[in-house]
Design a protein around this ligand. Structure first.
Ligand SMILES: [Ca+2]
Ligand SMILES: [Ca+2]
Ligand SMILES: [Ca+2]
Length: 294
């Protein structure tokens, strides 16, 4: 039984005693256990304490802090759970150590996997301030996606990963790795975290080092890591959690962003990200649908 339920029982008991009756027997059906975050098909099951009081201080009184799940994007998953899964299972972002324009962060969309509601499907859109390779341009959107099995702790619970470099061009390469079917295992760092490589200056995404370093499209990848990038939950196409990545604390001067044309960018808008592609399109792009590996 979680804290909210315990409080509910106490409050129910207190109210009953006040009225001079015996407290009713409270049967706790379908309560989540306190273990690793679980996703359950029937209900929002966070396994993670959500403090709605921080979102609205007015709702937080002295006695009740935990207001239960908050699902403002209406996908049946607690929004705080979406963020904690996206953070916990985030692959290593292997930006090239000599990349000339590495500044970036991620806007993501997380929801139940369409093929298996006990899994979570996350589209990560890695947004850079610049693409500084050949045909450089302000803004850069490079997408990868993951299937997560929340019943298995990170990083092993990241069960499938896809990246597509130079999507829609002659240089396009689709890389998918994972634990099911004929997929190759994802490349990992020493801690077992799967790796997504971003090519030097262009930021084309790859799941293997060898598929990047072929010389044919001039991409160069190397082992690297870019920890601590901002991570913002976009919400769903029908219920946005943010429409301004500056107000969301991502594309800000404090984070090093200097290109004024990218400030206050709306990830759900029709405007492209600088000279790059459309982020709203990325967040619904079926090309990134990863298989339902467990
Ligand atoms: Ca949600
Ligand atoms: Ca969502
Ligand atoms: Ca690029």
């Amino acid at each position: 039984m979680n804290r909210a339920s315990s409080l509910a029982v106490l409050i129910t008991a207190a109210l009953s005693l006040q009225c001079g009756t015996k407290p009713p027997v409270v049967v706790d059906a379908g309560e989540p256990d306190a273990g690793a975050p679980e996703v359950d098909a029937g209900e929002v099951d966070s396994g993670v304490t959500t403090d709605a009081g921080t979102a609205d201080a007015g709702e937080q009184d002295a006695g009740v802090v935990d207001a239960g799940p908050v699902d403002l994007d209406g996908d049946g998953l607690d929004d705080a759970l979406e963020l904690s899964l996206a953070q916990a299972y985030l692959p290593v972002l292997a930006v090239h150590p000599q990349d000339g324009c590495p500044l970036g962060g991620i806007v993501f969309r997380a929801r139940r996997h369409p093929l298996d509601p006990t899994l979570v499907f996350i589209i990560y859109d890695h947004l850079f301030q610049r693409d500084c390779g050949l045909t450089s341009h302000p803004g850069d959107n490079e997408v990868f996606a993951a299937t997560i099995n929340p019943a298995t702790p990170a990083p092993a619970g990241l069960t499938a990963l896809r990246a597509i470099s130079h999507q829609g061009t002659i240089c396009q390469k689709v890389g998918t790795c994972g634990t099911c079917g004929t997929l190759s295992a994802c490349e990992q760092n020493a801690s077992g975290r799967p790796i997504v490589y971003f090519s030097k200056d262009k930021h084309g995404g790859y799941t293997t080092l060898s598929s990047c370093n072929t010389l044919t499209c001039l991409d160069q990848c190397a082992v690297g890591d870019r920890p601590g990038v901002p991570l913002v939950n976009a919400g769903e196409p029908t219920a946005h959690l943010t429409e301004d990545l500056t107000d969301a604390g991502f594309i800000t001067a404090a984070n090093g962003w200097t290109d004024a044309s990218l400030l206050h960018f709306n990830p759900w808008g029709t405007v492209d990200f600088g000279g790059a592609g459309n982020v709203a399109g990325d967040l619904i792009d079926p090309a990134f649908d990863t298989p339902a590996c467990r």
